[in-house]
Ligand binder design. Structure first.
Ligand code: F6P
Length: 329
């Protein structure tokens, strides 16, 4: 965590990386909490990409009306490879200074936070991060904005798949998002009564899964659902299905949920979380603290150094996989 000496009058806010339901609620909170203490908020569009293209506009309290219930992000988002370059970050800092922006709030994931941390270290632009990603894979916070909504969206799809799996006595492999992180997979798996859960950071073998499926058939269960996190690229479920077919003859159907999980109206949990994080981020900047992420620990909001949030790994909750296997007998 760092201290800054700037009297904050103008805050810039941007959303970056994959969008997540609840980002709009955070933007709304930042603009309105800022306005209530005389701070102007400027919206930076399309993340770092838009910052470099000077896509920056003042946001008034009415500009954020009627957005708390909307998924996506009114500020749009982007992924910028260019921002890894020193000279590009220098250009970004100049644009921020030109607009008189004296503090920044970054809503995004760990990649976005790396850029934010660099802006502070190299150009002393006070910056606070708000964790926003459906993956929930940021170290130092229990929850990220969008995770709860994504889990509920995936879960309602799985409940539907179970109906048809049951009617046909079929095995289904459902692939959820999360890249190499298994948070969505583990939560959805346990909540959806999955027979097994595969995530890249938890050891699981197809053989064990097949044993489990065969065992449950013996016990009278005719259909099974396996959940897998996508891993490095979508399509992992097809590899799993092929491997199960080769090793057991069982013909598993595949369903890849994909970007459906990133859209939709945020749940109450995400709206409340985003509003609290947005408010705390403004408060933190104006009190002279920066280079931190506001996270959650149980019911409390906490401050986590951005460096920690971007360098440490948050492991998938293996205990949920184990419990899911026990309960799916
Ligand atoms: O935002 C996180 C995430 O949804 C991951 O779960 C997923 O792997 C990735 O983004 C997909 O990104 P894109 O939409 O850029 O392909």
């Amino acid at each position: 965590m760092a201290n800054h000496q700037v009297s904050i009058k103008k805050i810039g806010v941007y959303t970056s990386g994959g969008d997540a339901p609840g980002m709009n609620a955070a933007i709304r909170a930042i603009v309105r909490v800022g306005a209530s203490i005389g701070i102007e908020t400027l919206g930076i569009y399309n993340g770092y990409v838009g910052l470099l293209e000077n896509k920056i506009q003042s946001l008034q309290i009415r500009d954020v009306a009627n957005i708390i219930q909307r998924g996506g992000t009114i500020l749009k988002t982007g992924r910028s490879l260019d921002f890894h370059k020193l000279e590009i970050r220098k250009a970004a800092a100049q644009i921020l200074r030109f607009h008189g922006i004296d503090g920044l709030i970054c809503i995004g994931g760990d990649g976005s936070f790396r850029g934010a941390h660099a802006l502070w270290m190299e150009h002393q632009i006070p910056i606070v991060g708000i964790p926003g990603t459906i993956d929930n894979d940021i170290f130092g916070t229990d929850l990220t904005i969008g995770f709860d909504t994504a889990v509920n969206t995936a879960l309602s799809a799985i409940d539907r798949i179970r109906d048809t799996a049951d009617s046909h006595d079929r095995v289904f492999i459902v692939e959820v998002m999360g890249r190499n992180s298994g948070f969505i997979a583990c939560h959805v798996g346990l909540a959806g009564g999955a027979e097994d859960i595969f995530t890249p950071d938890i050891n699981a073998t197809v053989e064990k899964s097949i044993e489990r499926i065969k065992d449950s058939i013996k016990k009278g269960k005719r259909s099974s659902i396996l959940i897998t996190a996508e891993g490095q690229k979508p399509g992992r479920a097809y590899d799993l299905a092929e491997s199960i077919r080769k090793k057991s003859g069982i013909d598993a159907k595949v369903c890849i949920l994909g970007h459906i999980q990133r859209g939709g109206s945020p749940t109450a949990v995400d709206r409340v979380l985003a509003s609290r994080l947005g408010s705390a981020a403004v408060d933190t900047l104006t009190k002279g603290f920066c280079d931190i992420m506001i996270g959650t620990e149980g019911p409390n909001l906490i401050q986590v150094p951005l460096e920690l949030a971007t360098t440490k790994e948050k492991r998938s909750p293996i205990e949920l996989v184990q419990l899911s296997q026990i309960l799916a007998i």
